[in-house]
Write a protein that binds this ligand. Structure first.
Ligand SMILES: [Zn+2]
Length: 528
């Protein structure tokens, strides 16, 4: 086996799920989704999170404003604003889009610059010299404002093929103006691994730190990224689950796991790497893009073995049948269908929520319950509140604030001012049994009103509870209207927000379960 290159002193894992990843067909991220994904990325331990393009679209501007207002506290990652070099013929200091980058208040800014001569002529409709001036002026202005500046040179590999001297000239202009890293982008995704080294080496001669940004159009995004690393880049860009337009971007988890486990480079700590599987699943739950079971390292099938011939041999030595230990990435070897990782992960998760699950029998029992629930369609990766309720139930640490005796809801085509649905909820609260009717638009809204009304005398805190998001996913397609549905509900009390999950063949039943958990968790943790 060939020896791997030594790790550079500084190495950047740069995530662009929120910007380039969000270009994926059919993907829509709200500001709240973006904040959630950013927190998950921080848990993975990436160095940089590109949040979007402030000034270019209102939701990205709102995201940076929310982050600056304290809604996003990052422990590891630096939030990065993305933007373009100034307009043709303007001054960077006077360009409103350049200003918007400064206003985003991030320490790091990533600028995109043209490096392919034909794109300068046809897209920018300007001269090669003016493009160089745009790069230099914008980088100088932003570094003058105290920002660390990375420059994405787009279409660099195609540009190098068409006009190598000019493509390199753009890299030099960015470097001389003070860019900390120049990122070579395979924007069209047409490169192959064997072609990467020569181009990266040519840019290396300029003497600036280099990065790489690959798309997966040849199915080689990860391989091209590694080839660029071999040629000396110290900064890699990618997205969680390979999200991105067309065939997607380099999957940052696969890249990071390869660098950590195959190269032995400390790009992520062991603890962070062990969260990779849950991070991948959490992002899938938020983006509503079903996880790819065959995704390297973190896919459900990544370490799945069909029972049979291999079964007994695997028991003797599992390492004979897998390329790495799945626990290192928070995944699990499976002989049967089970979605969530095993006991170690449950213990880790329990720790995180303040539960001592060091007792092996207890942890194994809870793992069995979780596996069973996940087979039934539950997903706890993003529903921490439901998971905590499950742990409390299993450890007899739940003293429920209320118990539901019965519920029902009617929806009709008659729409009044109060809505089209009427719900009745009967609950035991303390010593009293309370029955209330609630009206609303849609069954969930009516149930929410009825439950809130039944609880408010004994638990006035419910007044602060607000449902902020509601997502439904059909799990078993092909069954038509009989399909199993999973509902995720996000709730806030103004200070905290939490997510709960419900599952059923009936969307109302699944919604009710998630709603019930939302109130139970909210009241339990406020009382505690
Ligand atoms: Zn891209």
């Amino acid at each position: 086996m060939t020896a791997q290159p030594a790790a550079p002193d500084v190495f950047h894992l740069y995530d662009t799920t929120l910007r380039d990843g969000a270009q994926q067909e059919g993907l829509r991220l709200t500001v709240s989704d973006k904040l959630k994904i950013a927190r998950v990325l921080d848990d993975l331990g990436v160095g940089f999170i590109e949040g979007g393009w402030p000034g270019a679209n209102p939701s990205d501007t709102a995201f940076f404003a929310a982050a600056a207002a304290g809604e996003l506290e990052l422990r590891h990652a630096k939030l990065t604003a993305f933007g373009a070099t100034r307009r043709v013929g303007a001054r960077a200091a006077d360009d409103p889009l350049t200003r918007a980058l400064v206003d985003a208040q991030t320490e790091v800014i990533c600028l995109v610059a043209k490096s392919h001569d034909e794109h300068v002529f046809r897209a920018l409709k300007t001269t090669l010299d003016e493009n160089l001036a745009m790069v230099a002026d914008t980088v100088r202005f932003l570094t003058g404002e105290g920002r660390r500046v990375f420059v994405d040179v787009e279409h660099f590999f195609d540009g190098y093929r068409a006009n190598p001297a000019y493509a390199l000239e753009v890299v030099r202009a960015a470097a001389e103006a003070g860019a900390e890293v120049v990122v070579l982008c395979d924007t069209n995704g047409g490169m192959l691994p064997a072609w990467m080294g020569e181009v990266v080496s040519a840019a290396s001669d300029i003497g600036v730190d280099l990065g790489v940004h690959c798309h997966n159009d040849t199915g080689c995004a990860v391989a091209n990224t590694l080839a660029a690393v071999d040629a000396g880049v110290m900064h890699v860009q990618g997205t969680i689950n390979g999200h991105g337009e067309r065939t997607g971007n380099a999957d940052l988890i696969t890249v990071a796991a390869n660098l950590r486990l195959k190269y032995g480079w400390p790009v992520l700590s062991d603890e962070h790497l062990a969260r990779a599987t849950s991070v991948s699943h959490a992002v899938a739950a938020i983006t509503h893009v079903a996880p790819n079971a065959r995704q390297p390292y973190v896919g459900q099938s990544a370490f799945a073995h069909k029972a049979g011939l291999h079964a007994s041999a695997i028991k003797v030595d599992a390492n004979l049948y897998q390329h790495t230990d799945p626990r290192l990435v928070g995944n699990d070897m499976r002989m049967l269908v089970s979605d969530m990782a095993g006991r170690a992960n449950i213990q880790l998760k329990g720790d995180e929520l303040g539960f001592d699950l060091s007792d092996r029998d207890l942890a194994a029992r809870i793992t069995d319950v979780v596996k069973q629930r996940e087979m039934d369609g539950y997903s706890y990766e993003s529903a921490d509140a439901s998971f905590e309720l499950l742990l409390r139930e299993q450890t007899d640490a739940l003293d429920p604030a209320f118990e539901v005796q019965r519920w029902r809801v009617l929806t009709s085509d008659e729409v009044s001012e109060e809505g089209d649905s009427e719900a009745t909820v009967k609950v035991r609260v303390g010593d009293a049994v309370v029955s209330r009717v609630g009206e609303g638009f849609g069954p969930l809204n009516a149930l929410d009103h009825a439950l809130r009304s039944a609880l408010e005398t004994e638990h006035p805190d419910v007044e602060t509870f607000e449902l902020t998001d509601y997502r439904v996913r059909i799990l078993e397609t092909g069954h038509g209207t009989d399909a199993i549905v999973r509902v995720l509900i996000d709730t806030t009390d103004g200070e905290r927000s939490w997510t709960t999950v419900g599952v059923g063949t009936n969307v109302v039943e699944a919604s009710w379960e998630a709603l019930h958990d939302a109130y139970l968790w909210g009241l339990h943790t406020r009382a505690a």
